[in-house]
Design a binder for this molecule. Structure first.
Ligand SMILES: Nc1ncnc2c1ncn2[C@@H]1O[C@H](COP(=O)(O)OP(=O)(O)OP(=O)(O)O)[C@@H](O)[C@H]1O
Ligand SMILES: Nc1ccn([C@H]2C[C@H](O)[C@@H](COP(=O)(O)O)O2)c(=O)n1
Ligand SMILES: [Mg+2]
Length: 208
């Protein structure tokens, strides 16, 4: 159940169906640099950044009835049921005055993908895929130092396995539809962003 403030925001900004927002999915393995590059895209291109992982962590902190379940799943590197994550994304989109969104770390599996399409009827403009080796991602995660409970070697290995088994097939799904813009994410942050900028400024993209 939403609060009165949430309801007022939704009325002011419109439901997802009315808004028909531009959505770019930002995918890649754990530690590939999704959040880092999203921050740059926000600055340069005026998108609103919605990280599914951040929304789930905020839900744990809020003391929600789903908090313990979400916390346990994140600790195990597992993917939270779509209905929970989609509600959080839907609410964030509806409460926001912007009409273009980077959805980071979602869809993470086929269930996420199909349920989001079903509920919102939104097709992404394109999918940014940050491609990086496990070796490099592991190095980055182990030195991230943000106090995340899942940045330990045991959970990191589980997250890599889930990425290969459940998330890569989603990327392949969009690739077969010509939607994936693959970026070599193993380079320094500034170089990666040069490639990202080229995607967002391309005349062929409908998302700039
Ligand atoms: N190109 C890069 N080169 C080196 N370090 C990077 C690069 N991009 C990001 N990092 C660092 O790696 C760590 C992980 O980056 P980030 O949080 O952006 O990854 P992520 O894909 O969002 O990860 P997660 O899926 O775990 O949320 C951070 O400490 C970040 O500063
Ligand atoms: N669609 C999603 C996104 C994230 N989660 C959970 C499981 C992830 O390991 C964790 C952290 O996400 P990140 O911040 O690394 O993008 O959050 C999920 O269940 N479903
Ligand atoms: Mg992130």
């Amino acid at each position: 159940m939403g609060t009165a403030v949430e309801a007022a925001n939704k009325e002011a900004n419109g439901s997802i169906a009315e808004k028909k927002p531009t959505v770019v999915f930002v995918l890649g393995g754990p530690g590939s640099g999704k959040g880092t590059q999203c921050a740059n895209i926000v600055q340069h291109f005026g998108y609103t950044h919605l990280s599914a992982g951040d929304l789930l962590r905020a839900e744990i902190k809020s003391g929600s009835e789903n908090g313990t379940m979400i916390q346990n799943m994140i600790k195990e590197g597992k993917i939270v049921p779509s209905e929970v994550t989609i509600k959080l994304l839907q609410r964030a989109i509806e409460e926001c005055g912007n009409d273009k969104f980077l959805i980071d770390g979602f869809p993470r599996n086929e269930e996420n993908r199909a349920a989001f399409e079903d509920v919102t009827k939104i097709e992404p403009a394109f999918v940014l895929f940050f491609d990086c080796s496990e070796e490099e991602m592991e190095r980055r995660l182990l030195s991230r130092n943000q106090g995340r409970e899942d940045d330990n070697i045991e959970t990191i290995r589980k997250r890599f396995k889930v990425f290969l088994e459940s998330s890569l097939p989603v990327i392949e799904h969009y690739d077969s539809r010509g939607k994936v813009r693959k970026i070599d994410a193993a380079r320094p942050i500034e170089e990666v962003f040069e490639s990202v900028k080229a995607v967002f400024t391309s005349k062929n993209e409908k998302a700039d």
